[in-house]
Design a binder for this molecule. Structure first.
Ligand code: ZN
Length: 609
């Protein structure tokens, strides 16, 4: 179900973004905008701004931005429809009936049903754990692990009885149909028809989404002879693997406050530290972190301490996670506890102060990788040395900051005792050419740039600010002008919306570009910068006679300028490495770009005559 778009538009107009945000942060008027210290990141001087005319907010510090609804979603941690309800409530606007939306609606309903059934299962399992006779040994297990009743309630732990159909019977009593039960993943379908309860004689850990709804479960075996120690819910309409982080719904504020998250593997690795007061953990649910999980995490912190088991499997999983976190531009440290202890055991044994002390000494990811590469290898044997190098290089390559990359590289070369200058140069070179470590290297190369270039920024700002030029500019653009840009989808959305004659504002662009969180932050930023830049009087005068040709040619020239600047930093690097071959290749590229720029300048003068 959705609210009708006309109502959403109406509500946004009447809600006055400043008034709504004022409820959460102290805004001060500054020129046309309102400013405050950002509620989403730590800061001392205000960079959080709200524009009443554009109906958006934007933070120049952490680059979050969007409409009044995005703000409420972020600060109240709610979904879009809920944000609408909250805003409507604040200004006293009555809510209309929600409308159906065909296929979307059917899927949504199915997903709601799964969540409903999961909710029933969760409550029932909780009751079993609290009071059933059969659950006595589950309770004893929790006592042994020192997990208090309060913690059990916070994480809504439960006990699934040793039965093939007890849960199914309960769900049917609650009114669920056999079809709904099968779709929920709570049972396993039999080939000959019918089904049986998936989780039997297990301690149950619900996986809650950020709104606290049960979307899946993990069950820990309590019988010693059980083959699988943990089993998990299959994917359903409500649950896609690798999209959620266990504990994020409970720990997210603390993660934001501390500026970093500790990544652990299992349910208990998170629950036990939580009980002892360490509340900035998330668990990856299964051993390997996914790119989507890393992205989700990067919304709350820029730094991550990976704290997996110290055994072989744990180390492998940690390395895999490092790879994925680096690709999201996160700063990664690794904490390995002595004697391969996991966080759960370690805290119960040595206490939380000792855990925090160790955590503060967590090593930078590269040190961890080097140490592992050195383990069991003899550097006096050339073949083993080469293996060690191969193992380490991909993790240096994945680092985006040039300075840090160089630092890590030198550190690795020293540790691996590579003293020959020519060899070092060659290896440094290989870091940029995609030969080292196919897996991680490739994924990094294919990544799009994180920030829009000056050229695209200016042109998009102009498209926002100068409605009279918009159509003519867009008509002149070729796909090749924007295809390779970070903001390609925004350009396409602009063109599409102009073609159909729809209103162009934050909301319509975001929807049309199907923007994820980071792209909608970019849109808000462009809207803010653009209005600031093009509204100032001097610029206004200077751009009075701006033609669409000027804009498009200007953009193309600026785009080349951006590429030249990029080349210049590559030059500096090649020079530092005294790499004459690379220098020559770069010079040729440089020459071609300069020539193209000059041609463009000529075209422009001839076309405007
Ligand atoms: Zn901010």
């Amino acid at each position: 179900m959705r609210y009708p778009q006309t109502f959403i538009d109406d509500l946004k107009r009447q809600a006055e973004i400043v008034r709504v945000i004022q409820d959460y942060v102290q805004l001060k008027k500054k020129g046309a905008n309102w400013m405050a210290c950002c509620p989403f990141h730590k800061e001392k001087t205000p960079s959080f701004s709200v524009s009443p005319t554009k109906e958006i907010f934007y933070c120049f510090g952490c680059h979050k931005g969007g409409s009044v609804f995005n703000f409420v979603m972020e600060i109240e941690r709610v979904s879009f429809p809920e944000a609408i309800r909250i805003v409507a409530d604040k200004i006293g606007m009555p809510l209309p009936k929600m409308i159906d939306d065909g296929r979307f609606e059917a899927r949504r309903q199915e997903s709601d049903e799964v969540v409903q059934l999961n909710g029933w299962a969760m409550e029932w399992w909780q009751q079993q754990l609290e009071s059933s006779n059969e659950a006595r040994f589950a309770r004893e297990y929790l006592v042994k692990r020192e997990i208090s009743e309060e913690t059990q309630k916070t994480f809504r732990l439960g006990y699934a009885p040793d039965s093939w159909d007890a849960l199914s019977i309960y769900l049917r009593q609650k009114g669920a149909t056999q079809q709904q039960i099968e779709r929920s993943g709570l049972v396993v379908k039999k080939d000959e028809g019918g089904s049986y309860d998936r989780f039997r004689c297990r301690l149950m850990f619900p996986v809650l989404d950020v709104q606290g709804r049960a979307i899946a479960f993990g069950g820990r075996a309590l019988k010693a002879d059980e083959t699988a120690k943990y089993i998990n819910s299959p994917e359903t309409t409500a649950y896609v693997k690798g999209r959620n982080l266990f504990g994020l719904n409970i720990n997210r504020d603390e993660i934001r406050r501390q500026g970093f998250a500790i990544l652990v593997e299992g349910f208990l690795d998170l629950i036990v530290p939580y009980q002892f007061g360490v509340r900035n953990l998330v668990a990856s649910l299964g051993t390997a972190l996914t790119a989507e999980q890393a992205k989700l995490l990067s919304r709350f912190a820029r730094k991550v301490v990976v704290n997996y088991d110290g055994d072989r499997a744990g180390v492998q999983a940690a390395k895999k996670s490092i790879e994925i976190l680096l690709a999201e531009d996160l700063e990664v440290k690794v904490l390995v506890l002595p004697d391969n202890a996991d966080p759960d055991e370690f805290i119960r044994k040595f206490g939380v102060t000792e855990y925090q002390r160790r955590r503060a000494q967590a090593q930078p990811h590269i040190q961890f990788v080097i140490e592992n590469a050195l383990r069991d290898r003899n550097l006096h044997r050339p073949a083993e040395k080469a293996e060690a190098v191969e193992e380490v290089l991909p993790y240096i390559k994945a680092v985006n900051s040039r300075i840090q990359k160089r630092e890590y590289f030198d550190m690795a070369m020293d540790s691996l005792r590579i003293t020959d200058a020519a060899l070092r140069r060659e290896l440094w070179q290989s870091l940029k050419q995609g030969s080292a470590g196919a897996g991680i290297g490739q994924s990094v190369i294919r990544r799009r740039p994180k920030k829009p270039t000056i050229a695209e920024q200016r042109l998009l700002e102009l498209l926002f600010a100068k409605e009279n030029l918009r159509e003519a500019i867009l008509a002149m653009l070729e796909p090749s002008d924007y295809e390779d840009l970070l903001t390609a989808e925004i350009f396409k959305a602009f063109i599409e919306l102009t073609r159909t004659g729809e209103t162009i504002d934050f909301e319509s662009l975001r929807a049309k570009a199907d923007a994820d969180d980071s792209l909608s932050d970019v849109i808000a930023g462009l809207l803010f910068d653009g209005s600031a830049r093009w509204d100032t009087r001097e610029l206004h005068a200077a751009n009075q006679n701006l033609t669409p040709e000027d804009c498009v040619f200007g953009f193309r020239v600026m785009k080349i300028q951006d590429q030249l600047e990029q080349l210049n930093s590559e030059f500096a690097e090649a020079e530092q490495a005294r790499d004459s071959e690379r220098l020559e290749a770069l010079s040729i590229k440089h020459l071609a770009l300069t020539r193209r720029r000059n041609e463009l300048a000529l075209e422009q003068t001839s076309s405007t005559k």
